[in-house]
Design a protein around this ligand. Structure first.
Ligand code: NAP
Length: 337
């Protein structure tokens, strides 16, 4: 390819113009929105919460550990300096909660109501847990109480908690009644709300909900498939209330959860196999990430900003893979057939 500096210059100035225009017109603006991020104290939840704070949104984070909540909130406060100058300084709140129980979800929703005076703009259902059978497990123990405990723990948080919290938050997210002038004068006879800025629910699913991973994480993979299906079901239920419901399906990121999984289960998988940094993972025959790296905070936060801003206001029921092409750019290796 011929290197043309003038072409690069045009591209750069064009990109700047687009970015300036997008920011000025508020296409990707989330400043001033009230956002709840469950599991916002570390890992992907913290990455998402950081991005919202840096873009001027008010954020409430939660997890079970009060000290972790406090520490994460004070780190988030320090990020407020990155918020757009035009936005008023974002607020950061924290509260401990257990969103794997109905009572925990109810208590959290009541706190959200108080903190945000009854108006929530974005609910990010991120808190999740994984669990796998011990590598040296006794197959005869598969019906044991411990196994059921694993399934219960994963489904209680990843699926049931997500559903209960969503239900509690719907009254704060719904935009019924905020009907656009354009929409009210249109010929459509639909009784749906056509709010231009709907409430948003973003569920954190996983690529493992789209294709099972090579690890004994049966409950986890199933739970994420359920999250994706629930996303579509809720999108249909809640569209008439002016709420969009989408999921992001992350690929692999280094967090406490993935560290446990990768070190315990994928014992034959090296870091290079996963992120493709060995030039394609061909040495082991494992599938590398097509875009050649693990995910990061920009990837997670960027997808959530898109789905929460005006740019994403006409998107609902979508499972957005954010995975470096792991699912979308995969191909079947015919040579192995
Ligand atoms: N890491 C990856 O590669 C990856 C890939 C795809 C999808 N995901 C998904 O991304 C989400 C976040 O994962 P992560 O990797 O960031 O995990 P993580 O580092 O283990 O963080 C999980 C967060 O959830 C909180 N949490 C756990 N149980 C909770 C409960 N019962 N109530 C309230 N909060 C609870 C944790 O805090 P406490 O322990 O203090 O409660 C923590 O803040 C999960 O849904 C996960 O399935 C992760």
């Amino acid at each position: 390819m011929i290197w043309a500096p003038w072409l690069a210059a045009i591209r750069t100035s064009h990109t700047l113009q687009i970015t300036d225009h997008a920011m000025a017109s508020g296409l990707f603006c989330v400043a001033g929105k009230n956002v709840l991020v469950t599991g916002g104290t570390r890992g992907i939840g913290y990455m998402i919460a950081s991005t919202f704070v840096e873009h001027g949104a008010n954020v409430l984070i939660t997890s079970r550990d009060p000290k972790a909540c406090e520490e994460a909130a004070s780190s988030l406060l320090a990020l407020r300096r990155h918020a757009p100058a035009s936005a008023s300084s974002p607020h950061v709140h924290h509260v401990p909660s257990n969103v794997s129980t109905r009572e925990g979800c109810k208590a959290l929703a009541s706190h959200v109501r108080d903190v945000f005076s009854g108006r929530l703009d974005v609910l990010v259902n991120n808190a999740g847990t994984s669990w796998g059978e011990d590598p040296g497990y006794d197959p005869d123990s598969r019906e044991s109480g411990r196994m059921n405990w694993g399934w219960d723990k994963v489904l209680d948080l990843n699926v049931k908690g997500l559903f209960y919290l969503t239900r509690e938050c719907v009254p704060m997210l719904q935009r019924r009644g905020e009907v656009d002038d354009d929409a009210s004068s249109s010929s459509s006879s639909s009784s749906h709300s056509h709010a231009s800025d709907p409430g948003r629910i973003i569920n954190v699913g996983s690529v493992t909900g789209l294709m099972p991973q090579d690890a004994p994480t049966h409950a986890y993979d199933v739970s994420k498939a359920a999250v994706h299906h629930l996303t579509k079901k809720l999108a249909s239920d809640l569209a008439p209330r002016g709420i969009t419901v989408n999921a992001i399906a992350p690929g692999y990121l280094f967090t406490r959860m993935s560290k446990g999984l990768l070190s315990t289960w994928a014992t034959t998988t090296t870091k290079n196999d996963i992120d493709g940094s060995d030039g394609g993972g061909s040495k082991t025959g494992r599938v590398p990430i097509p875009l050649g790296r693990m995910g990061n905070g920009d990837d997670m936060g960027g997808a959530c900003i898109y789905l929460s801003s005006r740019a994403g206001s006409w998107i609902t029921g979508v499972i957005l893979t954010v995975d470096g092409g792991l699912v979308g750019a995969a191909r079947i290796p015919l040579s192995n057939l």
